[in-house]
Design a protein around this ligand. Structure first.
Ligand code: NAD
Ligand code: IPM
Ligand code: MN
Length: 368
């Protein structure tokens, strides 16, 4: 039997640093769990621009479409701030999402017990938190037309368009309901139907999908601004949240801090199933390239490592092995392993990115 294929696009800034720890874990699974992958590395973002003059080469796009799963680190950085918009690092990532048709972006926010004290919120508000934000990822204001900067009279106007079709809303709603069935059965849909027509349609379609095919799901609707407030007031009222591309981007960064650090949050971007039943899929941490700490060995690799755990679960049907990796992360945190983002200035000396990788590998060894 041939091994499943992984395309690794480490990207920019801390991307290669955190991905370095993931490749060690991939090797561990090959050696210890009879779970070998054929891994190929390629460039995305600023790194691809530096080599090819484009943030995503067509050959890389083709490899991504052919791979069983793609793992991505992060893209972007100040070096690329002045580039033309069309070749900015972020365009590479957006092209991957669009051409792979990764419409459902799963962003779990889970507060590990060991970090409950470290959240910027009170411990009892976040302890035991386990929510899943499902962010629509291939449409909305990120992609709607018309868009651009145009001359209008004697000034310029910047235009982006929020646009959702019924079928785009329908498919992401279904993915949220399917997930909810495997969790608590509760979904909260967030939009701004009070001010946006796209929000009115969003609410109608989500409700219709629920009434037609998911009557067992308890569905509520909330305006997204209230949702942001409720996420910091009482986040445990939520289980699955389904929302559009832009609201999902903002709400998931907000949810990240409930868990202690943006360096903790993984994500899975899933498309429609291939003929083999595996969805097109890209796994990436929610955080960016963190230019302020890049190159210093300080980055927390856990978001990227937990993204690989999501790959094991959603692309390779290896839920038990995903749980093994998540438990290893939980154990090292319980034992006190902390990168700099997980401690205050008075809390002692943080460990490095590689040392966090070492600790997680040791915990994996101990799990055998
Ligand atoms: P960022 O997520 O890169 O960083 C925000 C803050 O969180 C920084 O202080 C950073 O040091 C910290 N941080 C993030 N990840 C961390 C980790 N793993 N360990 C420790 N600390 C961590 O967001 P930003 O500064 O707004 O953006 C920087 C660049 O990254 C921009 O070019 C942006 O477009 C890009 N970006 C890329 C992605 C992606 O590739 N998926 C996501 C978000 C931002
Ligand atoms: C994210 C990022 C991206 C987004 C950028 C880098 C294109 O912020 O994945 O959350 O806005 O979707
Ligand atoms: Mn974001």
């Amino acid at each position: 039997m041939t091994n499943p294929t992984l395309l690794i696009l480490a990207g920019d800034g801390i991307g290669p640093e955190v991905m370095g720890q993931v490749t060690r874990i991939i090797d561990w699974y090959g050696k210890n769990r009879d779970l070998a992958f054929d891994v190929e590395h390629d460039l995305v973002g600023g790194a691809a621009y530096d080599k090819h003059g484009t943030p995503l080469h067509d050959d890389t796009m083709a490899k991504a479409l052919a791979a069983d799963a793609v793992l991505l680190g992060a893209v972007g950085g100040p070096k690329y701030d002045d580039l033309d918009f069309s070749v900015k690092p972020e365009r590479g990532l957006l092209r991957l999402r669009k051409e792979m048709d990764l419409f459902s972006n799963l962003r779990p926010a889970q507060c590990f017990d060991a970090l409950a004290d470290f959240s910027s919120l009170k411990k009892d508000i976040v302890a035991g938190l386990d929510i899943m934000i499902v962010r629509e990822l291939t449409s909305g204001v990120y992609f709607g037309e018309p868009r651009g900067i145009f001359e209008e009279g004697n000034e310029r106007v910047g235009i982006n368009t929020q646009r959702y079709t019924e079928s785009e809303i329908d498919r992401v709603a279904r993915s949220a309901f399917e997930l909810a069935r495997r969790r608590s059965g509760k979904v909260c849909s967030m939009e701004k139907a009070n001010v946006m027509e796209s929000g009115i349609l969003w609410r109608e379609v989500v409700q219709k999908v629920r009434d037609t095919d998911y009557p067992d799901i308890e569905l509520t609707h909330m305006y997204a601004d209230n949702g942001a407030m409720q996420l910091v007031r009482a986040p445990k009222q939520f289980d699955v949240i389904v929302t559009d591309n832009l609201f999902g981007d903002i709400l998931s960064d907000c949810a990240a801090m409930l868990t202690g650090s943006l360096g903790m949050l993984p994500s899975a971007s899933l498309g429609a199933p291939n003929p083999d039943g595996r969805p097109k899929a890209l796994y990436e941490p929610v955080h960016g390239s963190a230019p302020d700490i890049a190159g210093q060995g300080k980055a927390n690799p856990i978001a990227c490592i937990l993204s690989f755990a999501m790959a094991l679960r959603y692309s390779f049907d290896q839920g038990d092995e995903a749980t093994r990796l998540e438990n290893a992360v939980e154990k090292v945190l319980a034992d006190g392993a902390r990168t700099a983002d997980l401690m205050g200035p008075e809390d002692g000396t943080p460990i490095s990115t590689t040392e966090m990788g070492d600790a997680i590998l040791a915990a994996l060894d101990a799990s055998l």
